[in-house]
Design a protein around this ligand. Structure first.
Ligand code: SF4
Ligand code: SF4
Length: 375
């Protein structure tokens, strides 16, 4: 059953999750952006803020008065918690002439509850689940964080100019599994939430909140608000035949054009909620008696990422951008059975030179039948 909640219930929801032992992580405003961090109550949410995004541009500005989730997505994704940017895999101490391995990565002290997960972000978590949990090798670091997580999804009722989830089939309506799904309605007539539990855990938490059964009219309004977020999307990705399109166009001249703009800064891979590549670094102290092995995020945009015995396989910007886009949209399908892109638009917003993957695919698609192979 879907219930109507007053906005004050969101504070109670955060406290109910904290009482259950969760570290409640949610959106908050810091350094001019909506970022994810631990929150103690509704006071920490980005109340009254919205975001304005375009290729290479992000600004916060006042949004619907009192709205707690009136933004779309910021630069961070939940990957920062489930697949942390750096993890100490183990450390070793020299004892009696032998190195002894001490410990393995510890799971977080408290399980996570994510508040404010967008539909595209749920889809991104599902993509990383396939990568880290359903492939031949299970990643214990991701598994320990992911398994107990409590997900509170919030459906989008507005889209940024960089969003294209509707064309990727990943949003703005929540389709993935969440423990609770909220829809926030703010208009001249009031401010309220629609809440729906996605399982037993969600029902138990919802039962602790003051709620009323939602009326047909409230359900209709919530549906219309989410539909309007889809209708607002000005970017789209044409996904039909995209795998073969990219495989058939390795030598398309567009790769040279985008490479002339790309700084190979790796921002796009850092903000992407599905990019998962890492490197491993070893370090020892000055005595040589203590050593550590760390896993850190890496990017296919760095020269060292494809370094093999004396040289980088992908030495040009063109090769690196082409690798990223072709993996994300084509070979990911062969590898994991789905696209590696969920249409969140982060790589467009946070690219310092405003490179837009939807535009790149369109450019390649536009000349697919006349592809120049002389590049
Ligand atoms: S596409 Fe943009 S964000 Fe990505 S590496 Fe190139 S310049 Fe950086
Ligand atoms: S490739 Fe870009 S739009 Fe697609 S999921 Fe990654 S950051 Fe989002």
């Amino acid at each position: 059953m879907q219930a109507r909640l007053a906005p004050e219930e969101i504070d109670k929801l955060i406290r109910a999750l904290a009482r259950r032992g969760y570290a409640v992580l949610g959106p908050t405003v810091r350094d001019g952006a909506v970022v994810y961090d631990e929150i103690e109550g509704a006071k920490d949410l980005p109340r009254g803020w919205t975001d304005e995004q375009e290729a290479g541009r992000y600004r916060l500005k006042p949004g619907p008065a009192g709205a707690l989730f009136g933004y779309t997505v910021g630069p961070q994704s939940w990957k920062k918690y489930l697949h942390p940017a750096q993890v100490k895999l183990f450390e070793a101490d020299r004892q009696d002439g032998l190195f002894r391995i001490l410990g393995s990565p510890a799971p977080p002290a408290r399980p996570y509850a994510f508040l404010g997960v967008r539909a595209c972000e749920l889809a991104a978590i599902a993509v990383q689940d396939r990568v880290f949990l359903a492939d031949r090798f299970r990643d214990p670091v991701y598994g320990a964080r992911r398994t107990p997580v409590f997900l509170v999804a919030v459906q989008c009722t507005q889209a940024a100019a960089t969003c294209f989830c509707a064309s990727m089939g990943t949003g703005p309506e929540v389709r993935g599994a969440a423990d609770l799904t909220l829809t926030e309605i703010v208009n001249g007539e009031g401010h309220w939430f629609l809440a729906e539990a996605g399982g037993e855990r969600g029902q138990e938490v919802l039962a602790e909140l003051d709620r009323q059964p939602a009326t047909e009219e409230e359900l209709r309004r919530a549906r219309t608000a989410v539909e309007s977020a889809a209708a607002q999307q000005v970017r789209r990705m044409e996904t039909a035949g995209i795998r073969d399109l990219l495989y058939q166009n390795f030598e398309h001249p567009r790769w040279d054009q985008v490479a002339a703009r790309c700084l190979t800064c790796a921002n796009c891979t850092m903000v992407c909620p599905t990019c998962f590549c890492t490197t491993v670094e070893d370090a020892s102290d000055v005595t040589g008696d203590h050593a550590e092995r760390w896993r850190r995020w890496d990017s296919c945009f760095t020269l060292t990422f494809s370094y093999i015995h004396g040289g980088s396989v992908r030495s040009s910007s063109k090769a690196r951008y082409r690798q990223w886009l072709t993996h994300k949209l084509a070979s990911w399908i062969d590898q994991f059975g789905s696209s590696g892109c969920v249409g969140c638009g982060r790589c467009i917003t946070w690219c310092p030179v405003g490179i837009d993957l939807t535009e790149e695919v369109q450019a390649i698609r536009g000349t697919v039948n006349h592809g120049n192979t002389d590049a």
